[in-house]
Design a protein around this ligand. Structure first.
Ligand SMILES: [Cu+2]
Length: 336
């Protein structure tokens, strides 16, 4: 694998010279912006996840040389025919119309070439399909026209990630139409399983630097994965024409250290324990009863919210409604 990457790397020297204008701007969080398109570039964005290394290898080392050789060969044949067999230089053409040897060669050669390509093509296909054991899961839902990111492992209800307005993006020095509010946040070096679905029409979740692109289809859950190799900010865009604001639903992924991720996840998770300090105050005046009463405290505590808090079960049962967007706030309200 290391050798293969070396070969792929060598083969992409030209392409990366054109693309690797990695803009090292940093957003207020201090993360460098790594995965984004740059002006006047050709070729792929540089790879920052295993699948993208494989994609670049397949394209630059396998496909591109074969395509180049075939194109030059066919162009040469055409030129040769034009020069050698025009009416002036070949006034009396040959009369034969079949040649078994030539016909066998031009049937067999393409078959062999395609079989050779298929070996690497299927290998790549399986790499997409056979995800390593995931360390965590993010559920991505495409909406007209924003993204929702939910973290079932961390019990984080869906976050709504919409495009950052132009003035705000400019003020923060972030790329307008790529920067987003409430980006997906993941730890570096961890296998992230991405479950992708659509809420209204078909969208597509795409992140070029990780080599991910998969349709977000209503009523169906698709799956892809990545393992980000470097901390930073990575951008993608919805890649399925989904309506009038299709161009305005960017995907932003912030790759951070595990410690930063844990802190972020704690800040986003439902604050089940939050009422506890409030409960501790009256309890402290009532002396040592506090520890024993603690587990019940979040639920027993709320005299200020009293009547509203009693039917807490009722709003919770309504969360199966299709308007998922409002569900998190409803649940949080119930817990407060
Ligand atoms: Cu879309």
């Amino acid at each position: 694998m290391g050798m293969r990457r070396l070969v792929a790397g060598a083969a992409t020297v030209f392409a990366t010279a054109m693309t690797a204008g990695v803009a090292m701007a940093a957003d207020p969080s201090g993360l460098p912006i790594i995965g984004q398109p740059v002006d006047k570039a050709i070729g792929f964005q540089p790879a920052y996840a295993p699948l993208k290394h494989d994609v670049i290898f397949f394209h630059n080392v396998i496909l591109l040389p074969i395509i180049t050789v075939i194109t030059l060969f066919v162009a040469g044949l055409l030129l040769w025919c034009i020069v050698r067999y025009n009416k002036k230089s070949n006034p009396t053409p040959a009369r034969w119309s079949h040649n078994t040897t030539v016909e066998v060669i031009w049937t067999a050669a393409p078959v062999l070439i395609l079989m050779f390509v298929a070996i690497f093509s299927f290998k790549l296909l399986f790499a997409y399909h056979d995800m390593p054991k995931p360390d965590m899961t993010v559920k991505v839902t495409g909406y007209q026209w924003y993204w929702g990111y939910a973290y079932p492992d961390q019990k984080i209800e869906e976050l709504t990630s919409s495009m950052m307005p132009e003035e705000e993006a400019k003020a923060k020095g972030l790329p307008f139409r790529l920067a987003a509010h409430d980006p997906m946040v993941v730890p570096v070096g961890k296998v992230v399983r991405v479950l992708v679905t659509g809420a209204d029409v078909i969208h597509a979740f795409s992140l070029p630097a990780f080599g991910d692109k998969i349709d977000a289809v209503p009523g169906r859950i698709n799956q892809t994965w990545f393992k980000a190799e470097k901390e930073g900010i990575y951008y993608g865009q919805c890649s399925e024409l989904c309506g009038i604001d299709h161009a305005f639903m960017p995907i932003q992924i912030n790759v951070v250290s595990q410690a930063v991720f844990d802190a972020w996840a704690a800040s986003k998770a439902p604050k089940v324990a939050a009422p506890a300090p409030a409960a501790a105050e009256p309890a402290s005046s009532a002396a040592p009863a506090a520890p024993g009463a603690n587990p019940a405290a979040p639920f027993a505590a709320p005299p200020p919210v009293g009547p509203a808090a009693v039917p807490a079960g009722t709003p919770a049962t309504k969360t199966s409604a299709p308007t998922q967007k409002t569900a998190p706030s409803v649940k949080l309200a119930a817990l407060n």
